[in-house]
Design a protein around this ligand. Structure first.
Ligand code: PEP
Ligand code: MN
Length: 353
């Protein structure tokens, strides 16, 4: 149940009402929006009558029942207002939201060594990225493939962060590594293969760092939103949903089918910000620019793009990685469409040598 308060409702009345709901055995969550405050009621509300609840205070504007299985992630839970996830980074706060410029996250699939991660960080920062991505713990289909350098790669990510001030996004596969990952990561990534790992979802929900939740490769939108619900239900409201391509019948030309229709669908269902990953979504670097541009046109709030200094030598996902030069050119190309939809941060004018 969602209790929408009138815009001028006094704070004491909202507190009094929250206490009354708690006495009724419900857990009210106060969501303060730009214009209104909403109380989300979690608990046994099936038998409750919305009209009776409305009578509890003249400051209640409306009581709504959320019919969907996901509650906290539903659009209704914030009364239609998109979330804003503010991530502090050494370069300043970065906002993931429908109200903010598109945030670009870039970097290699895996952290391979200090020189490559620091160089990539410098290059993607110069092109306009706000976050560096790079896997330390890699989920690989084959147990014989490069598994990532693990804990030592976290130190290399820290070195890249120190050198550039970029925020860091890296994947957690095992809850046992969460603490050390959170020492360097500004956003923790749950990969596609772990979207259904409910115990891991609960663990990232019980800590403070924002979570990037990738869509499982065969997950429906509803399963994906229910996975996000696990994280919010465990106490962490800061979840970014990342579409990274799904399995369809044809993988001859593209690795996955990038479901760009997820953008308008998610916008109609949830307040959470959206990220599109055209690198894993297509599996081929030559297809990445078109899908990145299309994602911005369709309203994505952020992008994740794999960039490697020498893609042909990459230890993972080389074929889908852009060179730093191509990434730089892509950012200029994207600025045209980004400006057209009013979602592009003004770039500093490059100084000519
Ligand atoms: C990655 O981001 O490198 C990755 C492994 O992604 P996904 O979980 O989408 O396959
Ligand atoms: Mn990858």
């Amino acid at each position: 149940m969602i209790v929408v308060m009138k815009p001028e409702a006094p704070a004491e009345e909202i507190d009094r009402l929250s206490a009354e709901f708690r006495e009724m055995g419900l857990a009210p969550e106060k969501i303060v929006g730009k214009h209104k405050t909403v109380l989300g009621l979690v608990g046994e509300t099936a038998d409750m009558d919305a009209l009776q609840l409305q009578d509890l205070s003249p400051w209640i504007e409306q009581v709504l029942r959320v019919e969907k299985p996901y509650k906290r992630v539903s659009k209704e839970y914030r009364h239609g207002e998109p979330s804003e996830i503010v991530v502090p980074t050494p370069n300043g706060p970065v906002v993931f939201s429908a109200f903010a410029p598109v945030v670009v996250v870039a970097g290699p699939c895996s952290v391979e060594n200090e020189a490559m991660i620091v160089e990539t960080a410098r290059r993607v920062k110069a092109a306009g990225a706000k976050f560096l991505r790079g896997g330390a713990f890699k989920p690989r289909t084959s147990p014989y493939a490069f598994q990532g350098h693990g804990e030592s790669a976290l130190q290399l990510l820290q070195a890249a962060k120190d050198a550039t001030g970029l925020g860091i996004i890296t994947e957690v596969m095992d809850a046992a590594d969460l603490e050390i990952i959170c020492e360097v990561a500004d956003v923790v990534q749950i990969g596609a293969r772990n979207m259904h790992n409910f115990s891991l979802l609960k663990k990232v929900g019980a800590q403070d760092k924002p979570v990037l939740l990738k869509r499982g490769m065969s997950a429906t939108i509803e399963e994906w939103l229910m996975a996000a619900e696990y994280i919010l239900a465990a106490g962490n409201p800061n979840v970014i949903l990342c579409e990274r391509g799904i399995r369809t019948f044809d993988n001859q030309y593209a690795r996955n089918t990038l479901d760009l229709s997820a953008i308008p669908v998610l916008k109609s269902l949830t307040h959470l910000p959206i990220m599109i990953d055209p690198s894993h979504g297509t599996g081929k670097s030559e297809y990445v620019p078109a899908m990145a541009a299309a994602a911005i046109a369709a309203g994505t709030d952020s992008l994740m793009i794999e960039v490697h200094p020498t893609p042909s030598k990459a230890l993972s996902d080389g074929p889908q990685s852009l060179t730093p030069e191509r990434f730089d050119r892509l950012m200029r190309e994207l600025s045209v469409i980004g400006n057209a939809v009013n979602r592009w941060e003004a770039q500093p004018v490059p100084v000519l040598a």
